[in-house]
Design a protein around this ligand. Structure first.
Ligand code: NAD
Ligand code: 2HG
Length: 528
């Protein structure tokens, strides 16, 4: 069936060729939809591609019944409600590298324009004013640039500033002294940076911690005559505080590419001659737009084709080599979850997942998510997927613990899934046999060897002669054919289990016939 992709912001046509070329994908571009129109439109699409204009709100995500993926052609995902996307099982991907160079070059262009007042001089001259006095600038050489946020763009800006023979001091929670030395910059706290800088440039995401990072107090600590550049996100600077500081003369100038509210056409900061500005153009180059559109398009094609995405934002990404190692276990983990869901007798409070053997040194998060998906599938149906499994489990109050153990029970790899309920603990273990596929090898304390698929009947009974024959003949009464049978017991003559696979789904009525026998305690049907 054709899958539909809606592009709701202007994206490079050259960059979306992976979508245009993909089989079974239809691309629709509608870049002037109102919020209400988008809410109405989105229900027919599997994918939505945006830049920064479209605000992908909870309301839009809730209306998007078929949506699987939101692609952000750029870095910042602050225009997408990530929590709502995760809850609805919609994966969000971005294009983290494609516009780094353009954004860094734009920042440097802003820095140089600010230092030499080029936009103001240009504006005056365009208005027939040959004014050489007002537009005297300062050199960058020998000045200190303070960089807050030394990620992809911050680092590129720092390197370029060194090319202008500036000194660079930077802060980033992940910037170590060694790394700073390698990059040829000094490092310090936010306070050290803003106190030392002649120019401060911001390159963090907009987060709770960075909202109004540059406020009245921070500005008060800066040098008199400091100049500030923001090509990251509007909310990082408290715009009222910046306005006051410029009017008071504390801040000599500011270069802004981004604003708290965009579009920002009637903004008081734009009335100040000390402020130069661009309308969020950091990533607006032919190269960057093509590159980010290619990156997100590839991820959309991957996801809609059932493959793993490269740049997920709302779930951890796993390196390719590790993914190759763990992917074959996804099916087993999900089936163990589904089996355990049938085994439990009460509400699950805690899940413990034990990994051992070959799985002792890999990233097991994706396996746990698959196990939870299987476990909660009955409850949530198709709504549960890899993206929202952990979230939905948490919402149900489930505590999930992962353990890496050395207990392999003699298998090369082993996953044991254990559910703690008020009625006790139940567990099921499985392995992946080379060349043979997945097997359930233990149910509670009984050793078994079961291919985890198809229609299964789980029977608890007393171990005694004739039990197997009795089950066979009772089921035959309802025309139920047994394909395979597994038995397990604790002691001779004690409690035992039977795991039958049958050719077709059996109803409760069909199986009730088994409970006629005194020595059969419990029967349940498990669909895997
Ligand atoms: N103007 C534009 O058109 C444009 C274009 C691209 C990116 N951006 C924006 O630029 C910013 C940086 O993008 P990037 O690609 O370099 O992202 P990045 O993730 O590579 O780097 C962000 C850095 O900020 C650091 N950081 C997080 N919290 C911090 C804090 N409290 N203090 C200091 N540092 C902190 C992180 O550790 C990280 O190193 C983002 O806000 C992005 O949305 C804007
Ligand atoms: O889409 C754009 O042009 C802006 C992109 C930029 O803000 C980003 O965060 O990548």
């Amino acid at each position: 069936m054709t899958k539909r992709v809606l592009i709701s912001d202007p994206l490079s046509e050259d960059g979306i060729f992976p979508l245009r070329e993909a089989e079974g994908i239809e691309v629709v571009k509608k870049t002037d939809l109102t919020k209400e129109q988008l809410i109405d439109e989105i229900k027919d699409y599997e994918a939505l591609l945006v830049r920064s204009q479209t605000k992908v709100t909870r309301e839009i995500i809730s209306a998007a019944k078929n949506l699987k993926i939101i692609g952000r052609a750029g870095v910042g995902v602050d225009n997408i409600d990530l929590e709502a996307a995760t809850e609805h099982g919609v994966i969000v991907v971005n294009a983290p590298d494609g516009n780094t160079n353009s954004a860094a070059e734009h920042t440097v262009a802003m820095l140089m324009s600010l230092a030499r007042k080029i936009p103001q001089a240009y504006y005056a001259l365009k208005h027939q004013k040959w004014d050489r006095k007002t537009h005297v600038g300062v050199e960058l050489k020998g000045k200190t640039l303070g960089v807050i946020g030394m990620g992809r763009i911050g680092r590129e800006v720092a390197l370029r500033a060194k090319g202008q023979r500036m000194k660079v001091i930077a802060y980033d929670p992940f910037l170590t002294a060694d790394k700073a030395e390698q990059l040829g910059v000094s490092e310090g706290t936010v306070e050290d940076v803003i106190k030392a800088a002649d120019f401060v440039t911001l390159h963090t995401p907009l987060l709770k911690e960075t909202k109004h990072l540059i406020d009245k107090d921070a500005i008060a600590k800066m040098k008199d005559g400091v100049q500030i550049i923001n090509c990251a996100r509007g909310g990082i600077i408290d715009e009222d505080a910046l306005y006051d500081a410029i009017v008071e003369g504390k801040v000599k100038g500011a270069a802004l590419d981004v604003f708290e509210e965009e579009p920002a056409v009637e903004h008081k900061l734009l009335d100040l001659p000390q402020v130069i500005a661009t309308p969020h153009l950091g990533a607006s180059t032919v190269e960057a737009q093509e590159s980010v559109a290619i990156d997100v398009s590839h991820d959309v094609v991957r996801l809609l084709g059932g493959d793993l995405v490269k740049n997920p934002v709302n779930m951890p990404s796993v390196p390719k080599d590790i993914m190759k190692k763990i992917e074959p276990f996804f099916y087993l983990a999900e089936k163990l979850g589904a089996f355990l869901a049938e085994l439990r007798e009460d509400t699950i409070e805690e899940i413990n997942v034990y990994y051992s053997g070959e799985l002792h040194d890999v990233e097991v998060g994706p396996l746990t998510r698959n196990a939870i998906k299987g476990l909660l599938k009955d409850h949530f149906g198709d709504h549960i997927n890899d993206v929202n499994a952990a979230f939905l489990a948490e919402q149900q109050g489930l505590v999930i613990n992962e353990h890496i153990t050395s207990q392999t029970d003699g298998f090369v790899n082993l996953i044991k899934l254990e559910a703690k309920t008020t009625a006790g603990t139940k567990a099921v273990s499985g392995t992946l046999l080379k060349g043979l596929g997945p097997r359930i090898v233990k149910v509670e304390h009984y050793n078994v060897d079961l291919i985890p698929e198809g229609h299964i009947v789980f029977i608890r009974h007393k171990d005694q002669p004739g039990a197997i024959g009795k089950v066979g003949s009772l089921l035959a009464k309802n025309n139920i054919n047994i394909a395979t049978m597994q038995v397990g017991r604790s002691d001779v003559g004690g409690d035992a289990i039977m795991l039958l696979t049958i050719d077709e789904t059996a109803t409760d009525e069909d199986l009730n016939v088994l409970t006629e026998a005194d020595d059969i305690y419990d029967v349940s049907a498990i669909e895997l």
